[in-house]
Write a protein that binds this ligand. Structure first.
Ligand SMILES: NC(=O)c1ccc[n+]([C@@H]2O[C@H](COP(=O)([O-])OP(=O)(O)OC[C@H]3O[C@@H](n4cnc5c(N)ncnc54)[C@H](O)[C@@H]3O)[C@@H](O)[C@H]2O)c1
Ligand SMILES: Nc1ncnc2c1ncn2[C@@H]1O[C@H](COP(=O)(O)O)[C@@H](O)[C@H]1O
Ligand SMILES: O=P(O)(O)OP(=O)(O)O
Length: 262
C-alpha cells in the first residue's frame, strides 16, 4: 500500500464530500481504539471542523484514558478539532430500568450491548443536525464487508465511511504513518460493549489478520475443503459470520408490489 498517497486520497475525498454536501465538517465517536483514532486524524487533516465525542457507558478506565490522550493530541496539532464528552452511563442505566425485566439476564446481554452502540449513534446524529456535520464512520473492510462485526444502525449508522475499503492491517499502517499514539497502536481491538475487557478476537475466535486471509480466500472462490487444521477452522468462522451478517451488507429488503396489484 502506498500509505502517504492513500492518506492524501482519503483526506481529499472527505473534504470534497463535505463541501459538496454543504456540511461544515464531521462528528465522530472516539473510543480509544485504532479505527476511530485513524478516522478522526484523517478528518482533522481536512482542515474542516471536527467534533470528537467521548461517550463512555460503564467504560474501562484504560479505554477512556486512551481516547482522552488521542483527542488531546489532535487538539494540539489541529486548531479545527474540538471535543465533547457525553456521559451515556446514566442514560443507558435509565433505559435498562425502563425496560421490562427478564428472568435470565444473560438472555439480553447481546441486545443491551447493541443498545449501547445505538445510544452512541443517536448522540452523534444530535450533534450532526445541530452543527451541520456529517457522522464519520469508523468501520474497516473486514469488519464491514467480511464478518459484519458491527451493530446495525449503531456504529454502522453513519453518513460516510472513509476507511471501509481498508483492511485492519492497513488501518494500522496508516495509524503508524499518522503518528497515532503507541497505546492505541498496541491495544487489542475491542467493541467495548460488554462492561468487561473481552477483545474482538475473544468474541470471534480468530484474529483480524486471520480473518483478512479468509476474506481473501473467499473472494478467490475457495471453499473449506481447500483447507485443513487452523486454516479450515478460521475459514469456517469467517463464513459463519459472513453468512449470518450478510443482511447488514446489502440494501434492506423491500416488498415489491406487483404492477397487477396497483
Ligand atoms: N467494531 C466492533 O468491534 C463492533 C461494534 C459493535 C458491535 N460489535 C459486535 O457485533 C455484533 C452485533 O450483534 P448482532 O449482529 O447480533 O446485532 P445487530 O443488531 O447488528 O444485527 C442483528 C439484528 O439484525 C436484524 N436481522 C437479523 N437477521 C436479519 C436478516 N436476515 N435480514 C434482515 N435483518 C436481520 C434483526 O433486527 C437483529 O436483531 C456483536 O457481537 C457485537 O459485540 C462489534
Ligand atoms: N466510548 C466511546 N466513546 C465514543 N465513541 C465510541 C465509544 N465506543 C465506541 N465508539 C464508537 O463506535 C465505533 C465502534 O466501536 P468499537 O469499539 O469498534 O465497537 C468506534 O470506532 C467509535 O467511533
Ligand atoms: O473502532 P475502534 O476505534 O474502537 O477500534 P477497535 O475496534 O480496534 O477497538
Amino acid at each position: 500500500m502506498q500509505t502517504e498517497k492513500v492518506i492524501d486520497h482519503i483526506v481529499n475525498w472527505l473534504k470534497d464530500y463535505a463541501t459538496n454536501a454543504n456540511c461544515k465538517g464531521f462528528v465522530i465517536g472516539v473510543s480509544g481504539g485504532i479505527d476511530s483514532a485513524v478516522t478522526s486524524t484523517l478528518c482533522a487533516k481536512t482542515g474542516l471542523e471536527l467534533l470528537c465525542v467521548e461517550m463512555p457507558i460503564h467504560q474501562g478506565a484504560n479505554q477512556v484514558t486512551r481516547a482522552d490522550k488521542h483527542i488531546n493530541w489532535l487538539m494540539e496539532h489541529f486548531p479545527n478539532v474540538n471535543r465533547q464528552p457525553v456521559n451515556l452511563t446514566p442514560v443507558f442505566d435509565n433505559l435498562v430500568a425502563a425496560l421490562p425485566s427478564v428472568d435470565n439476564e444473560e438472555e439480553r446481554f447481546m441486545s443491551l450491548a447493541n443498545s449501547r452502540a445505538r445510544l452512541r449513534m443517536t448522540t452523534l446524529y444530535y450533534f450532526a443536525a445541530l452543527e451541520g456535520y456529517l457522522v464519520a464512520g469508523t468501520g474497516n473492510k473486514v469488519e464491514d464487508f467480511g464478518i459484519g462485526f458491527y451493530t446495525k444502525y449503531g456504529d454502522g449508522g453513519v453518513d460516510l465511511s472513509p476507511i471501509a475499503d481498508l483492511m485492519k492491517t492497513e488501518v494500522y499502517a496508516i495509524g503508524d504513518s499518522l503518528g497515532v499514539n503507541q497505546d492505541i497502536m498496541e491495544a487489542a481491538p475491542t467493541d467495548g460493549l460488554w462492561g468487561d475487557s473481552r477483545t474482538d478476537e475473544d468474541q470471534i475466535g480468530a484474529s483480524y489478520p486471520e480473518l483478512e486471509w479468509a476474506m481473501e480466500m473467499d473472494d478467490q472462490g475457495k471453499t473449506s475443503d481447500d483447507f485443513s487444521d487452523r486454516q479450515k477452522e478460521v475459514f469456517l468462522i469467517y463464513k459463519k459470520f459472513n453468512t449470518a451478517n450478510r443482511h447488514k451488507m446489502i440494501p434492506i429488503p423491500i416488498c415489491e408490489i406487483p404492477a397487477s396489484l396497483k
